[in-house]
Design a protein around this ligand. Structure first.
Ligand SMILES: NC(=O)c1ccc[n+]([C@@H]2O[C@H](COP(=O)([O-])OP(=O)(O)OC[C@H]3O[C@@H](n4cnc5c(N)ncnc54)[C@H](OP(=O)(O)O)[C@@H]3O)[C@@H](O)[C@H]2O)c1
Length: 267
């Protein structure tokens, strides 16, 4: 039985995870974290029948109860502290929350290896979004000119999305230099060319935030006189992320250190 502490148990994804963890025969929910629901029954706080488990205001308190894995679906401003605290407490960690930079992940990797625990982080735990990343990696071997467009709702707190950031990091590491003029040589409003993410060949990422979108991500590849667009669209429920997150919780302990992307578990 894998025992799970869930940070963000009252959130959009967190509530769906409470139901799914409780329905899984090999997983055991131990405690939840949410500031606004602290002191309440975890089941009720997540919109389920009461389950006798506690919600804590801080991860530090929740980690006093023994568990094997922390799943974090909180906010960009809390995720890094949560991950490092859980690693220091000897927990494996599944990171769903977006917002950590490549430098943050490097720090997490060092801490996880030193503690002998696994961390699995994915900007998008959905199977079809993972396939977007996989197909884009294949395309970038042949087509180095690529840019990313990330679409999300008006209320999304971080930019770009975790999906867009992770894709840019991956493609930036794997592509050859593109042919577009360097942004520094352009006239006009340079911000309109988007943000540069990844190394050694950063990818321009353009984020749209407006009503009408949930979360979509597009990788646009260009060659002379032809284009390839690979696009993922998420619907309005958290269902796509649940299966991948639970798969990660089951497998995160297999290897010490950081792994990124659900595809690190595929094949
Ligand atoms: N990787 C993926 O596949 C994937 C999929 C969807 C979303 N995401 C990302 O996952 C994160 C959560 O998304 P969501 O839509 O579920 O968010 P949400 O509905 O706003 O829920 C956030 C949850 O985190 C808790 N929380 C926020 N700040 C906290 C803190 N400082 N300490 C403890 N708990 C805190 C909230 O409770 P209180 O406010 O009461 O503390 C709430 O339970 C976002 O970064 C989102 O981009 C990732």
């Amino acid at each position: 039985m894998i025992r799970i502490t869930l940070a963000g148990c009252t959130g959009w994804v967190g509530k769906a995870l409470v139901a799914a963890i409780q329905a899984a025969p090999d997983l055991e929910l131990v405690a939840g974290v949410s500031r606004s629901a602290a002191g309440r029954d975890l089941g009720e706080a997540a919109g389920q029948p009461a389950n006798g488990l506690a919600v804590f205001a801080t991860l530090e308190e929740a980690l006093k109860l023994p568990s094997d894995v922390l799943i974090d679906y909180t906010k960009p401003n809390s995720v890094k502290g949560h991950v490092l605290a859980a690693v220091a407490a000897g927990r494996h960690v599944v990171v769903g929350t977006s917002g950590m930079s490549a430098e943050d992940y490097a720090e997490v990797d060092v801490a996880a290896k030193a503690a002998g625990v696994g961390v699995l982080a994915a900007g998008n735990f959905s199977v079809t979004a993972t396939l977007l990343r996989r197909f884009a990696r294949e395309a970038v071997k042949y087509v180095p000119d690529v840019e990313i467009i990330d679409y999300a709702s008006a209320s999304k707190a971080d930019t770009p999305s975790g999906t867009g950031r992770e894709l840019a990091d991956t493609l930036g590491a794997e592509r050859m230099a593109g042919t577009s003029k360097p942004v520094s040589e352009l006239n006009g409003v340079r911000e309109t060319r988007g943000g540069a993410i990844g190394a050694p060949h950063p990818v321009q990422v353009h984020s749209l935030r407006m009503p009408g979108f949930v979360l979509s991500c597009e990788a646009v590849f260009g060659l002379p006189d032809e284009r390839l667009v690979i696009r993922h669209d998420a619907g309005s429920s958290a269902a796509p992320y649940v299966g991948g997150t639970l798969l990660a919780a089951r497998r995160v302990g297999e290897q010490a250190g950081l792994r990124r992307g659900l595809d690190s578990l595929m094949d």
